[in-house]
Design a protein around this ligand. Structure first.
Ligand SMILES: CC(C)(COP(=O)(O)OP(=O)(O)OC[C@H]1O[C@@H](n2cnc3c(N)ncnc32)[C@H](O)[C@@H]1OP(=O)(O)O)[C@@H](O)C(=O)NCCC(=O)NCCS
Length: 287
């Protein structure tokens, strides 16, 4: 019998043990306790079988009543028993009770188990991203860095009006930053700026903004928003300016039907990685 309930600090050792059996190098163990202790920002659930924790998940509350389902993990010995579905269903029920309007989530395009489970629960796939990567060699010791007229910097709240103008000009209704997709709005951009997730490229002739994860070994650029020529220039700029002392893997996320995918593959030597699918579930109140 599977029972789903809220997770709390006391569950941490059992949850960490469970997570260690699912994936090496997972981000969830680093964030789980912080999530469990911030109930106004989201919802942590655990699934129990005979008193043992065999699964967990997290719902992150986003602006406008949207929420992002993530970190669904089921113990390998308890799969295909309905644990994942029970956790996701409880997350939907609880989000609906809290008056949330939409649930969204992202799944790697090759994760058949999660794709099948999500479709069976009634989610609908709404878009897909292609992940492209380019290995940047180390910057040669002693060689001077180029002097740039453009700057690539973290956005602050005072940049919000320019971001909104760029989004309007590019006819963008949504964005992805730090693996989370959501409808684009002033509040959503503001929250991401406050979390240091949004960067912009300010060239005298062009303006582009994007989600950016500034990791030393593999920085991620998420679906840049700007005119196509300006986005190409930004990617060329970063291909030079993100070179570090060590080899770096530059990862670029683009909507799967963007013409820039072909450009980066054939003109810039990027390599196609796995896709990332985005799913939606409307949380209308039950009649
Ligand atoms: C994805 C995951 C959470 C599914 O959990 P689960 O408890 O095994 O899922 P359920 O038992 O609720 O499965 C529900 C349905 O999903 C589908 N499904 C689940 N696992 C599947 C698999 N390995 N292959 C194909 N379909 C699968 C089936 O349709 C299944 O129904 P059925 O068993 O009656 O055929 C689990 O495999 C897991 O923890 N994977 C590793 C972490 C992960 O990928 N998390 C999701 C990140 S987006």
């Amino acid at each position: 019998m599977i029972k789903v309930r809220r997770g709390s600090r006391e569950d941490l050792p059992a949850v960490l043990d469970l997570l260690s059996r699912v994936w090496d190098d997972d981000y969830v163990p680093h964030l789980w306790l912080e999530w469990a202790e911030s109930p106004s920002e989201g919802l942590v659930l655990v699934a129990e079988s005979d008193g043992d924790i065999v699964g967990t998940t997290y719902v992150d509350f986003m602006p406008h009543g949207a929420c992002w389902f993530q970190a669904l993990r089921v113990h390998p010995e308890f799969r295909r028993l309905g644990v994942g579905s029970a956790l996701a269903q409880a997350a939907l029920d609880e989000s609906r009770t809290r008056g949330r309007s939409y649930a969204y989530l992202g799944i790697d395009a090759e994760n058949t188990a999660s794709l099948n489970m999500t479709a069976r629960l009634g989610f609908r796939q709404i878009t897909e991203y292609t992940l492209l990567s380019l290995t940047l060699p180390p910057w040669p010791t002693g060689m001077e860095r180029p002097k740039n007229t453009a700057t690539w910097c973290k956005a602050s709240l005072s940049d919000l009006p320019r971001l909104l103008t760029a989004a309007r000009e590019a006819k963008r209704a949504d964005f992805i930053a730090c693996w989370q997709w959501q409808p684009l709005s002033s509040e959503a951009l503001q929250e991401n700026i406050e979390q240091d997730n949004i960067w912009f490229w300010d060239d005298p002739s062009a303006f582009v903004f994007a989600g950016f994860e500034d990791s030393e070994s593999h920085p991620h650029l998420f679906d840049p928003c700007g005119q196509p020529e300006a986005v190409k220039q930004l990617i060329d700029f970063l291909t030079v300016n993100l070179r570090r002392e060590e080899e770096t893997r530059f990862e670029v996320w683009l909507r799967h039907d963007s013409p820039l995918v072909e450009f980066l593959l054939h003109q810039r030597g990027f390599v196609e990685q796995e896709g990332y699918t985005i799913w939606e579930y409307p949380l209308q109140p039950l009649q």
